[in-house]
Design a protein around this ligand. Structure first.
Ligand SMILES: NC(=O)c1ccc[n+]([C@@H]2O[C@H](COP(=O)([O-])OP(=O)(O)OC[C@H]3O[C@@H](n4cnc5c(N)ncnc54)[C@H](OP(=O)(O)O)[C@@H]3O)[C@@H](O)[C@H]2O)c1
Length: 371
């Protein structure tokens, strides 16, 4: 039977099925049709509460972060080019936070996102479809729901927009200030009721807290649309799997953050080629125990004609999550877009998960992650 196969930038009609990414088609000739739309099928778009988003989003933690990511203002033109490239290729979910940006650059990620949105030269229909998911930090001085609403208004001002797509609680205070938690949940309810956000989500919530907040929001008539956790081949413990099951049963979409393990799952870092600063220190601990996983990623990438980051991101998509990889350059973002429009087979998923288990190193978990 002839088949229509999606590759990262073109459709190929061929006479043999090779994997599950193929569709029946009636011609026997092999011709190449340039792809006109985004690098994913329309039906691969994902429902996230009342929103519809691309199967992969874009993380902007690095925008404004000098400490971990070596950000400099001179990078802004390149970052704008990555934003434009992503949007032009159908990416419509952008993750940011009011705490992103270090020192005097606090809030820089939201500011840049707002600026890039305003200056986007493409169709207004495309711009209007962009979903900004920002996160509000539960700082110790944000003690009332009113203060949380104020934080939301400050984010709207920084981005110069009237409504946020998803307002997310950045982390739970259950581990160290349980009494603050309920005020924050009420803050999410208030921003939703005032129409400042279209939907609400959480981040760094473990299984128990996730069920609790879902129940609370439900009792207030507010749907919980997303839960963001560290989820990658470097971070698939029992908790992640439990969170995923809860999300599936409660109709919450799981957003995978750090899907490339901060860069370790790109295969470009080795003990003799470490990034500067804190990431270098972390990678020095983890990389020596990653060889089985990196070997497997490399092998599958080669066999599939893909790259290692494309395989690592595709794994997150195949697990039913929406990954939000960060990308600093046009080259990286172009490469990451190649994670879309195809799927790893179930054997390949098993091979990768087995290799991940065989690798003694795991990613350290976020200190704010709750049970
Ligand atoms: N909720 C939370 O608490 C939380 C925590 C962490 C992250 N997040 C969100 O998740 C997003 C993504 O996670 P992340 O930024 O931590 O890490 P990540 O997506 O795992 O890794 C991103 C980094 O990997 C490198 N990279 C990306 N694509 C590449 C490619 N194709 N080839 C080579 N290198 C590539 C780049 O850094 P280099 O070029 O410098 O190596 C890039 O900045 C964040 O931006 C943020 O929005 C949320």
């Amino acid at each position: 039977m002839a088949l229509l196969t999606a590759t990262s930038n073109k459709y190929i009609i061929s006479s043999r099925a090779t994997n599950e990414n193929t569709l029946p088609f009636s011609s026997l000739t092999q011709i190449k049709i340039p792809r006109l739309g985004p690098p994913f099928w329309p039906w691969e778009k994902v429902k996230m509460g009342p929103l519809t988003v691309s199967p992969m989003g874009f993380g902007t933690w690095a925008w404004g972060n000098q400490l971990l990511w070596g950000y400099q203002e001179a990078m802004d033109d390149d970052l704008q080019a990555t934003f434009n490239l992503a949007v032009e290729n159908g990416i419509n979910l952008f993750d940011t936070a009011d705490s992103y940006g270090t020192g005097r650059l606090n809030g820089q990620s939201e500011k840049l996102l707002g600026k890039f949105l305003q200056e986007f030269k493409g169709q207004s229909r495309v711009r209007d479809d962009i979903v900004i998911a920002t996160k509000f930090a539960p700082y110790p001085w944000r003690l009332t729901s009113g203060q949380f609403v104020k934080a939301c208004k400050a984010s709207l001002d920084r981005m110069e927009i009237e409504q946020i797509g998803i307002g997310q609680l950045h982390w739970s205070t259950a581990n160290y200030a349980p009494l603050q938690e309920i005020a924050l949940w009420d803050g999410l309810v208030a921003m939703y009721e005032k129409g400042l956000v279209r939907a609400v989500g959480v981040s760094n919530y473990g299984p128990k807290q996730l069920v609790k907040i879902h129940k609370y929001l439900n009792s207030r008539g507010v749907p919980l649309c997303s839960a963001q956790v560290q989820f990658s081949l470097l971070s698939i413990g029992r908790d992640q799997m439990e969170i995923k099951e809860i999300c599936d049963s409660l109709d919450i979409r799981l957003i995978s953050y750090s899907p490339l393990g901060l860069g370790m799952l790109t295969g470009k870092y080795t003990l003799s080629n470490l990034p500067n600063g804190l990431r270098g220190l972390l990678f020095r601990q983890i990389l020596p125990g990653l060889e089985p996983l990196l070997r497997s990623l490399r092998e599958i990438a080669k066999r599939r004609g893909k790259t290692i980051p494309q395989v690592a991101i595709n794994w997150c998509i195949c697990k039913g999550t929406v990954p939000i990889p960060g990308g600093k350059t046009v080259k990286q973002v172009k490469e990451n877009l190649g994670a879309l429009g195809w799927r790893l087979s179930s054997d390949e998923l098993l091979q990768l998960e087995h290799a991940a288990q065989e690798s003694p190193s795991k990613m350290i978990q976020n200190v704010f992650q709750t049970p």
